[in-house]
Ligand binder design. Sequence first.
Ligand code: PLP
Length: 448
Amino acid sequence: MISILILGGFGYLGLNLVYNLKNLQYNVIIIDNFKNSSNYYNIDENLKYYNIDIRDKDAVEKIFCEHKIDIVIWCIDTINIDMTLYYDINITGLLSTIMLMNKMSIKNFIFISSNTVGLHLALNVFRKQHDWQDGDEIITTPLTFVSTNHSIMYERLKPIFADVDESLCLDPKSVESRITSKTKAVIYVGIGGNTGQLKKIQSICKKHNLKLILDAAHMAGTKIKNTFEGGQGYIVKHVGQEADVTVFSFQAVKNLPTADSGMICFKDDANDKLARKLSWLGINKDTFNRSTQGSYKWKYNVEEVGFKYHGNSIMAAIGLTQLQYLDEDNDYRNHIANQYINTLKDVNGINIIYDCLLVAKSSRHLFQIRVNKDQRDSIIEQLYANEIYPGVHYIDNTTYPMYKYAHGTCPNAHQFSNELITLPIHLNITSDDIKRVCDVLITAISQN
Ligand SMILES: Cc1ncc(COP(=O)(O)O)c(C=O)c1O
């Protein structure tokens, strides 16, 4: 049974919603501190309710865990409260939210051995299902880890590079200008956990009947605002249901680190079914089913020339444990990012790469800035000299030999690639460390 927590369940909207949901057989739990609540004296004794202040995060979280809450609905005046702080839903009680929520949840997911194989699998499945031909075109970004683009080559499709905007994600205008009769899909990368103009890319794909593949390698824990159809407000959901397929990475340095693994989430059930089989060499029964279903455990058929892409149990065990800390870890990453922003936002010569409005909570996989390209390398050297180790995400992929046919076609990506610095962001960095990074960086900029 789905458990729904109503925050403010004794207000006018709240109580109506509570009774409606109970009629629909949901398990309803209420938190309300009863102030100003005339309904308090009319309540049904069978309701499960808690008289606490919802800003008491620990108390709320205890109730949240105890009742294994699936959905949270806010029915309160939330002006002074960061509504995205703990929960998934954030809208003044409308019953249809629940239907929408159910419709929008990630329903298909396969644990695989990496994001790279997942991207390949996604293209392999779409190619098979839609009869794509060698040389058909996939629009992609030059500002990414090469896995994104190599996956296109594995299927003998052609990467067509579109330019990026200031979020470092694909620019919708540039994407649209690259569409031809051979275009089959767009691969969109949520750089650093940001979503950029993903919504516009979704519309373009819909308009031109293209598959949308989201490379969410950086996005474990990124939550985005899905505007509520025909109503006010929005639902905050974990990224993963926007594209036709979303591929996460749980590699060692990612937000949900295992050592090496990933997850692929298809929107369409038939694609999920095929991918499941292909990820296990094309065998029509997985080991779990073979060991739990009756006799003939040894008997299976091989229906496709599949791949050995499934995730292994050791990684899965690590991943399940890490999952419990994902939100907390991402809160810390956001805290670090905010400290960087507060210190660096007014410094001449630094352009911060910001989250976009669609993001309710970024995974903050990276914290990136842009500086003058003529100074970039010497600034990095100076940081190194002070035992600070920044990165660059990424080198323009069209400078690599296999993609150089597109060199010069994406001026923003090329320019940004020469200006970018990724500052240290991880769970062991302290406020003092960040202060030191900023001091050294500011000195380096003023001296170069
Ligand atoms: C944007 C992007 N895509 C894909 C990958 C590949 O992920 P994996 O190492 O899980 O194959 C990475 C990894 O760094 C990445 O950053």
